[in-house]
Write a protein that binds this ligand. Structure first.
Ligand code: PEP
Ligand code: MN
Length: 358
């Protein structure tokens, strides 16, 4: 449930509501909406729900107490109707601009990273990606350069001015990764690693949460809820494909998840057509499709010589292919940017408009 405070509610009234919630063994999360403060009540309320709702309704300064129908609370649009905009260095994610996260699957050397970084920065990327700690299916393949790669990423940020994103695989890596990176990535294999979600929820860095390859949208949002309820509101969701019976593609990119998420949650949504398809020549069309479906951005793997890549070469764009994708994606984004937002509310607004004309 959440408590909607009156527009005129005082600081003292807001604090009294929060203390009451705490005294009932629940946790208050307040959010300053466009006009008023709303306070989510999270925790295991059980059979006391009606009792708690009527007690809270009676407190001074409270306008209404509304149940949240979804199991995810802080991440739901019901509680937080405005889009979350993640700001990091000069980049804004989720404000209607197009975010492009690009770079190599793995940081392989300083030269390889800088060559890629310089190129993608010059051709419109807004965030630089690069894996340092790599979750590889085989223990015999390249596992990443680790801290050495983090240092190169930080140098690449100085060179290009772009914020950098890299994956953190374990709770005990969070400290070192957040020291160097601007955005922490939680990979598909770790989407339900709850101790990692809680750990990244405690740091002052935005987190990009990739969808588990076998996770439903609801499980994914519940994972995001772990991060937000641990204190970190800056979460970006990334659809990177789910496993289906299809084998021509590495995964199946769930395009409908994009507008669905815009309806269910206020968090920004990015698509990763590289991991979703596994094939370089499918990346551009699926990046375009993701943006057309309303994604706030794309994440793509780029390598100056994909044939020599130490990981994911088959799905990495060449520099020229990245440039070609960028020139196509901009106009698509220009066409659809007004369609951003909640597709259900937008459709309802349209119906109202139509009705008024008759
Ligand atoms: C990655 O982005 O480098 C990665 C490993 O992605 P995923 O977790 O989606 O497989
Ligand atoms: Mn990869």
């Amino acid at each position: 449930m959440f408590v909607v405070m009156a527009v005129t509610a005082t600081e003292a009234e807001i604090n009294a509501v929060k203390s009451h919630i705490l005294s009932e063994g629940m946790t208050p999360f307040d959010h300053q909406g466009a006009e008023r403060v709303v306070i989510a009540v999270v925790g295991e309320v059980g059979p006391r729900k009606q009792h708690l709702m009527s007690k809270l309704s009676a407190l001074a300064g409270v306008e209404a107490v509304t149940p949240i129908s979804r199991p995810f609370k802080l991440t739901s649009r019901e509680f937080h109707p405005e889009d979350t905009v993640v700001r990091v260095l000069g980049a804004t994610i989720g404000d209607g601009s197009l975010t492009v996260m690009a770079g190599p699957c793995s940081v392989e050397s300083r030269e390889q990273l800088f060559e890629t970084a310089d190129f993608v920065a010059a051709h419109g990327a807004t965030v630089l990606r690069g894996g340092a700690f790599k979750p590889r299916t085989s223990p015999y393949t390249f596992q990443g350069l680790g801290v050495e790669a983090l240092r190169y990423l930080a140098e690449a940020r100085e060179r290009t001015g772009l914020p950098v994103i890299t994956e953190v695989m374990e709770p005990n890596q969070v400290d070192i990764v957040q020291e160097y990176a601007d955005i922490l990535q939680v990979g598909t294999r770790n989407m339900q690693n709850y101790s990692l979600l809680t750990a990244v929820g405690r740091v002052a860095r935005p987190v990009m949460l990739k969808r588990g390859y076998g996770a439903t949208v609801e499980e994914w949002l519940m994972a995001a809820e772990y991060i937000v309820s641990s204190g970190n509101p800056n979460v970006i969701l990334c659809e990177r494909g789910i496993r289906t019976f299809e084998t021509y593609t590495r995964n199946t990119m769930d395009l409908a998840a994009v507008p669905l998420l815009h309806h269910l949650t206020h968090l920004p949504v990015v698509v990763d057509p590289s991991h979703a398809t596994g094939k370089r020549w499918l990346v551009k069309p699926m990046a375009l499709a993701g943006v057309a479906a309303g994604a706030d951005g794309v994440m793509v793997e780029v390598h100056p010589r994909p044939d020599e890549a130490l990981s994911d070469g088959e799905q990495s764009l060449t520099l020229a292919e990245f440039e070609s994708m960028m020139s196509a994606v901009g106009p698509i984004h220009g066409h659809v940017r007004d369609l951003h937002g909640d597709p259900v509310l937008a459709a309802q607004a349209l119906e109202v408009g139509v009705g008024e004309k008759h």
